[in-house]
Structure formats: C-alpha cells, structure tokens
Design a protein around this ligand. Structure first.
Ligand SMILES: C=CC1=C(C)c2cc3[nH]c(cc4nc(cc5[nH]c(cc1n2)c(C)c5CCC(=O)O)C(CCC(=O)O)=C4C)c(C)c3C=C
Ligand SMILES: [Fe+2]
Ligand SMILES: [Fe+2]
Length: 343
C-alpha cells in the first residue's frame, strides 16, 4: 500500500506534544440528509452493532436509514444552538480550556477536539497535528467508562489513520477514568452547586447511556464501571441507599439493553409519589442530544405526567472549572516523561 508523502523529517529537538480530545460526534446539520450520513457511518461501525454484517446491512439500509433520520433530525433541531451541535460546541470549548489549563501548569501542549463520526474527524485532526509537527499524541476520550462500542471504536479510528502513515507519532491512550477521584470530585462539585441553589431532591437518578446486555455477558466492563462511578459519587455525596439509583437510557432496537431503563424508572418514581427527582448523566462529559432532549425534555415529561411534582436536570460537566481541572490532572499524569516543557 502506498503511504502518503511525508513532510521533511524533524530533528529530535523539534518534538511536539499534542492531546487529541475525542468525542462521539454529531451530524453536520439537524437535517434528515445530514443525520442519514452520520447514522450510516455510526451504525455501520461493527463495534456499535454486533450482528452479522450482511443481515445488519439489510436492516440498516432497508429500514433504519429510511425512517430514523427524519425523526432524529427533528430531535436534533430541538437542541441545536446558533453555534451548532451542543456536543461539538462543548467539546471544542473543553479543548480550548484544557490547552489553557495545561499551559498554566507549564505544559506547551496543543489540545484539539476530534469526533469519531462526522466532523472534525479523527483522521483530519491527526493529519493537521502531524502537519504542525506533532511527534507525540495523547488520546483522551470523553467516555469515562470503557465500552468496546465507544472507547475501542475510537482506538480503531486512530489505527485506521495510522495504517496510511509512514512516520507515526508516538501514541498513548487512556481507556477509562470512571473511578478517578478527580472525575468523581468534578461530578460532586456540579451536584453540590446545583443543590446549593435549589435544595436537595428526594432521589438522585444517575442515568448512563445503555448498551446491549449481551455485550456485558461477552465481557464488556461498561456496566460494572458505571455502577462503580455511581457508587463512588453517592458515597462522596453521602447519599443513603434509598436516595439514589443508577439507570440506563437511550435503548436502541428491541434487544434487551442494560437495566433499569431510565424513562420507565422515572415513570415508576412519579407513580410511587416521589416528589422531586434530580437527574444527572455522569457518563456524558458534554451535554448533547441524549441529555438535553431525552432526559431534560422527555424524561421530565415522563416523570411529571406520572405524578411527580418537581424534576431537575443537573447539566453535564461541560465547562465546569472542576472538570477542566480534573481533565488537566488526568492528562498531566499521562503526559509524564514527554517533552512538554514543564518541570
Ligand atoms: C445502536 C447502538 C448504540 C450503542 C451501542 C450506543 C452506545 C453509546 N453511545 C454513547 C454516547 C452517545 N450516543 C449518542 C447518540 C446516539 N447513540 C445511538 C446508538 C447507540 N449508542 C444513536 C443511533 C444515536 C444518535 C441519535 C439517534 O438517532 O438516536 C450521543 C449524542 C450525539 C449527539 O450528537 O448529541 C452520545 C454522546 C455512549 C457513551 C455509548 C456506550 C457506552
Ligand atoms: Fe449512543
Ligand atoms: Fe436518544
């Protein structure tokens, strides 16, 4: 296979370190056409849907990509902002803030955001970093909990790019930080800030994105890591057993996914007479379609319509200073020994 032409070789003194801050990605626009392109890429990824290729291709192209794009586009339109997709906007902002924070700690490191699906793609951002002379790249992902459907797929995308490159930068990957005290502390700070202004709820629901139950049976550690995040956060917030729970949202298709499902849980809590629930999404470092539409809109309706009195959505970590501090700490630990200019 012909490799792409290389720029002139850099001398050892020209080493440059970069961080690739990776998230899932969003369609380029909230239109059925753009969502179709995005879903074809996303749902065509064998890490995301693990059923035999030919059968899945028939279902995906014959049914899903004919019906889902218009419905999903309407949902995207309901959360879209003048800057674009919330997920992309927050992820970009986090990259800028992280560059600044690392700079303040003496690290001369460029942080760029990259998306697994759609734009700016992993390949385009790695091309840009390489063109600027990056020789070492730390790949950090906006997935605190490891799943093959997300984390491993991101690493696949880096490997796909690498296959075409002659002189590779040195890579480091962080696979998970679900139990990192800095991450747990950032989550606790965001909850405590909310409670300081609004008081405490009867129940704190920690809703994570689901995956098929079969993936866990086959060895995916995702469920155990979500439960551990939930346990550590509840412990840090000193919540009693009946004051919190972990649920799983965003079920796709008819197979069994991780339970308990978020929306039926919210309905059951409303029916049972629980007055106020606060819902947060610890597995999503940036607000996105799944949090702003599925939880803050649909989840709210589900709870209030079934008898609940008050529903509070606690925003994702986004640009929370405790989160940027946590991210800088996680990055810094993994930059150890690399030439970033810091002592
Ligand atoms: C079909 C299988 C899917 C699996 C498995 C899955 C796992 C998974 N996803 C996230 C994070 C996000 N998912 C988002 C959107 C989204 N997810 C799926 C499907 C699966 N996800 C679809 C089809 C969509 C698109 C919207 C829709 O049509 O319903 C998002 C939001 C993206 C945005 O643009 O805002 C995030 C974030 C995780 C963490 C995860 C497994 C651990
Ligand atoms: Fe998803
Ligand atoms: Fe959803």
């Amino acid at each position: 296979m012909p490799f792409r032409p290389e720029p002139p070789a850099v001398s050892p003194a020209d080493e440059r370190v970069a961080v690739l801050w990776c998230n899932l990605g969003s369609p380029d626009e909230p239109t059925a056409r753009a969502v179709r392109t995005y879903l074809a890429d996303f749902l065509g990824d064998p890490r995301v849907v693990e059923i035999p290729k030919l059968l899945w291709s028939l279902i995906l192209h014959g049914i899903i990509l004919r019906t889902r794009p218009a419905k999903s586009a309407a949902k995207y339109a309901s959360v879209w902002t003048p800057e674009g997709s919330p997920l992309k906007t927050w992820t970009q902002k986090q990259a800028v803030l992280l560059t600044g924070w690392l700079g303040e700690r003496g690290h001369s490191v460029k942080v760029v955001e990259a998306m697994r699906y759609a734009n700016p793609s992993i390949a385009a951002q790695l091309d840009a970093l390489k063109a600027e002379g990056a020789t070492r790249v730390l790949v950090l992902q906006a997935y605190p909990q490891y799943s093959a459907t997300t984390t491993a797929s991101m690493i696949d995308a880096v490997n796909d790019w690498s296959r075409e490159v002659r002189r590779l930068p040195e890579f480091r990957f962080v696979n998970q930080y679900h139990d990192d005290p800095l991450y747990i502390e950032a989550l606790a700070a965001s909850v405590e800030a909310h409670w300081k202004h609004h008081g405490r709820p009867d129940q704190l629901v920690m809703s994570f994105h689901g995956i098929p139950a079969r993936n866990v049976q086959l060895g995916d550690p995702y469920q155990a890591q979500c439960l551990e995040t939930g346990r550590l956060l509840a412990e840090r917030l000193q919540l009693a057993v009946d004051q919190h729970r972990v649920t799983f949202q965003s079920r796709f298709g008819r197979a069994k996914w991780l339970e308990p499902y978020t929306e039926p849980t919210l309905r059951a809590l409303g029916t049972a007479g629980v007055g106020r629930v606060d819902v947060m999404c610890p597995g999503f470092p940036a607000d996105c379609l799944e949090t702003l539409e599925e939880i803050a809109m649909e989840g709210r309706d589900a709870f209030l319509q079934s008898g609940g009195k008050a529903f509070h959505y606690i925003p994702c970590l986004n640009d929370n200073p405790a989160w940027i501090t946590a991210l800088a700490g996680i990055a810094e630990r993994n930059l150890f020994g690399w030439p970033t200019g810091a002592e």
